[in-house]
Design a binder for this molecule. Sequence first.
Ligand SMILES: Nc1ncnc2c1ncn2[C@@H]1O[C@H](COP(=O)(O)OP(=O)(O)O)[C@@H](O)[C@H]1O
Ligand SMILES: [Mg+2]
Length: 248
Amino acid sequence: MPAPDGRKPVVVVDNVHVEYRVHAAGRRAAGTGRTLLSRARGLRTVHALKGVSFTAYENESIGVIGSNGSGKSTLMRTLVGLTPPSQGAVYASSRPNLLGVGAALIPDLSGEKNIMLGGLALGFEKSETDGLRDEIVGCAELEEFIDLPMRTYSSGMQARLKFAIAAAKQHEILIVDEALAVGDQRFRQRSEARIREIRENAGTVFLVSHSMKSILDTCSRVIWINRGELEMDGDPREVVDAYKESRK
Ligand SMILES: Nc1ncnc2c1ncn2[C@@H]1O[C@H](COP(=O)(O)OP(=O)(O)O)[C@@H](O)[C@H]1O
Ligand SMILES: [Mg+2]
């Protein structure tokens, strides 16, 4: 169903619950001095999302905030289909991409070769990746290092390379989970600009970040997840202020 102003919905999250079943560590049995597995208490359920619902529209850039362990990453993994809901459902007009080509990259290969691999992993033709090479290297600021094996890069350099490869593509629905936390300020500004560009080209972006500045500079709407529930959803300034207030 379109919004009252005619915008097209691209993702509908309908009453999503996620429960993780985890094996708790063995407990020391009292008095015996030996470590025994307490089988009765072995399996624990973590209710990470408790009935989250919202609709995302095209051209929105949605900030996702909340304290550690509140369920942000779980929600993002549910959107891309990596974590199935135990109840409820996610409907999307096209498959959302979780920013990251990390799995496709090989540390022993050069940055240059990894751009090719990452491009192929994103579904580019070889010629398309060739055409994007300079833009990716520039965005990652790795001009002098692009011939060196990726394992020689600092974690910040590796993260910049991964962001630059993934962001070279125009995504319809792009999810960025904490990827901006690693770079320096200049890189952060450039990646924020790229996120705005993707959004302007009719994409929808979800940005999970602990930087309220990134969220306010980039997002048109903010969702606050608190202990697995949608605490607030709306104007960035209002939601960020309420979140900050709750942490005082
Ligand atoms: N793979 C998993 N197995 C078990 N529990 C998990 C798993 N992933 C996350 N959790 C738990 O789910 C809750 C939400 O985690 P997460 O979605 O990572 O929160 P956030 O991204 O907001 O920090 C936490 O209690 C966390 O410990
Ligand atoms: Mg997380």
